[in-house]
Design a protein around this ligand. Sequence first.
Ligand code: HEM
Ligand SMILES: *[C@@H]1O[C@H](CO)[C@@H](O)[C@H](O)[C@H]1NC(C)=O
Ligand SMILES: *[C@@H]1O[C@H](CO)[C@@H](O)[C@H](O)[C@H]1NC(C)=O
Length: 477
Amino acid sequence: MELFISFFLLLTLPLFTLIIRYITVSNPNNNNNNKLRPPPGATGLPFIGETLQLISAYKTENPEPFIDARVAKYGTVFTTHVFGERTVFSADAETNRFILQNEGRLFESSYPSSIANLVGKHSLLLMRGSFHRRMHSLTMSFANSTIIKDHLLVDIDRLVRRNLEMWTGRILLMDEAKKITFELTLKQLLSIDPCEWSENLRKEYMLVIEGFFCIPLPFFSLTYRRAIQARKRVTEALHLVVRERRLERERGVKKNDMLAALFDNDCDDVMFSDDEIVDFLVSLLVAGYDTTSTTMTLAVKFLTDTPSALAQLKEEHEEIRARKGASLALEWDDYKSMPFTQCVVNETLRISNIISGVFRRAITDVRIKDYMIPKGSKVFASLRAAHLGQDNFENARVFNPWRWQKTSDSTNFMPFGGGPRRCPGHDLARVALSVFLHHLVTRFSWVAAEDDKLVFFPTTRTQKRYPIMVQRRNVVE
Ligand code: HEM
Ligand SMILES: *[C@@H]1O[C@H](CO)[C@@H](O)[C@H](O)[C@H]1NC(C)=O
Ligand SMILES: *[C@@H]1O[C@H](CO)[C@@H](O)[C@H](O)[C@H]1NC(C)=O
């Protein structure tokens, strides 16, 4: 992908510098006109707009250079042109909330066709209207806190411990975290325990995920084509599982997982087809896998870089361990007695912004602040810009879990989005992260094996998959 972008740059830049630059900048101070205007901004070069500036900005270590520069010039809501389309950016928490709350009324989620092909046309991400509402609540009812408490926590705890048992010496934390979250998701969706089959499926899955990250001009990309082929193999494998489970079900075997819920749910008396079910499962795997595992990895990085926070976290978990004596498994009451861990989780989500924002399309003319966003406009609600905005959080760009001991107001904090499309996996992600941290800090001490930096494009992650050296601790167990 790197190579591809440089090649693209090489090819197109000289060409564009020869063309007259049609850069349209409207004046942000020119408000004495009564007619409402679209938000001010620059739309850059023809066709590619400011896409290259966006990409190169996020290759630096500054988390928000593209938006910072434009917010300073135009204010928190501005117009730009990225990924082939004029786009209104919001770096304003209140505007973001407004956009998310008005899903279906003023805005609709909008994904490029390259993404739609990867998640599948029956994915929750692409559903609309009342059908979406129904499927969103079905997904919620399979990942809400009651279900986690009564069923999922046992599996999460067991799978995390099982994986940590195998760690010695130097490990790539990002890869280990991915393995854990994939196993969790397969268990939750299909009641499948880790095995050779699941490990093979995971390898295909990683290829699919890579396809999401070749956003500029995906159809020319080898990675993208490979992702589409891998998706086909993934859906074939899942089709077999679904078929087998239907037969089992006819024989009266009952299982308690997402697939069983999909079999039992019919919409307007129409049962879901296997195609619909498989797309649905694929999109849940996509949504939960990379997000949760990257958050786990970054939490460990932030803690490693902030020893006083790690020390306090360890203390909290050692107290829990001491109280539980020989009982290894973490229970719901234990989860509920980790106040500092919840601060660490929130702060990790606030700083890392795995989903940096969401794309929407205005389905009617929408007035925001003193601007008019014309019907059909693409809109990007930047969650990251709100989380890293100095007006919203004091010293916003510093990892400081203690801030959550003071603030009770979390209105500017939306790591899981909001409104009708709020992440149905939000509780699950929090619990998985907490359980992971518990077993990690009580079992191991570790150091970073190499200097590894954060990068922010196409998503937040570390450059080298965060290699660490782990050492088993002799704890009270
Ligand atoms: C740290 C981990 C996670 C983060 C930061 C995260 C974040 C988000 C965000 C911001 C959205 C809103 C997208 C939008 O409004 O267009 C979303 C949607 C979604 N998330 Fe998550 N998520 C995480 C984990 C999970 C997990 C574990 C699952 C699995 C159950 C999941 C399933 C979904 C689904 C299915 C949607 C689409 C909802 C819809 O369009 O109605 N997520 N997530
Ligand atoms: C979670 O979903 C179940 C149905 O699966 C429901 O009975 C329960 O009330 C829900 N719990 C919460 C906290 O919403
Ligand atoms: C973490 O954030 C959530 C909002 O997403 C909030 O409800 C909760 O109180 C926060 N936790 C702490 C410890 O501040």
